[in-house]
Design a protein around this ligand. Sequence first.
Ligand code: SPD
Length: 293
Amino acid sequence: MNNNQTNSSITKQGSKWIDECHQGIRYGMEGKVLIKEKSKFQEIMVIESTRYGKGLLLDGCWMTAEKQERHYHECLVHPALCSAHEIKKVLIIGGGDGGSAKECLRYSELEHLDMVEIDEKVIQISKKYLQEIGGMAWQDNRLHVKIENGINWAANATDNSYDVVIVDGSDPNGPAEGLFNRDFYKNCKRILRKGGVFATQSESPEAFKNVHIQVIKLLREVFGNADPTYGCVPMYPSGWWSWTFASTESPRYQKPNSKRAQDIAKQCEIWSPRWQAGAFQAIPAFIDREINK
Ligand code: SPD
């Protein structure tokens, strides 16, 4: 039997194909649209998919889905939180669906988590439709949600005020554009404490090759140490995604603290110290050449 369906008219009743179109390729899921609204910043859509549960799109681009989110959030959060010297105070810029916050709040050492999300509607809609993604994060009194522009937040925050800074934004067009530039990265470095770690989603090495390379190069210039990791998020363009980590004194993000890692790995679907070691090694040759020349 052939399970591949290439004809968009063959869908379950009431479902249709919902696609992100990128560079002449469609990345799609079969499902139903539950809500489609315009906020001050973007179009927000939640769908119920046949395969990956409920999913979120911003301006027509896939952000996350219930049965995919751990492929992304675990890989963004745990290399940073397992390796920073301390993790008492953490900042997430973006992350309005709550998935990164949920991963951060697994650490009992964490005392205070600021989440700075520009679009309040993303949070409202995620709380209502995507409860599985944020889990209990929204009820955790260590989480402090600020509705603000993350670039301004980083520019105005006090020096040495966070142990970890995580950037969980969307692609570099629309509201997330300023999360990919030097001034923003300089502020992130300034607000990190000694022994701190910076983490950002850094797009696809295939579908967003230039942005991906630029992020790594800029972070190396600003922090001194920065390295990408690679993994699989099937719903995103090319399915091949990256997260880049940076720190000042040494590439400490490559060495998870074994006690923390042991506790967290038990709760993870994708991340483990072994996954992390492999992910830092699995640099595609064409990217390796570009970032080291
Ligand atoms: N092209 C997709 C980029 C999405 C990166 N952020 C996703 C947000 C999930 N919390």
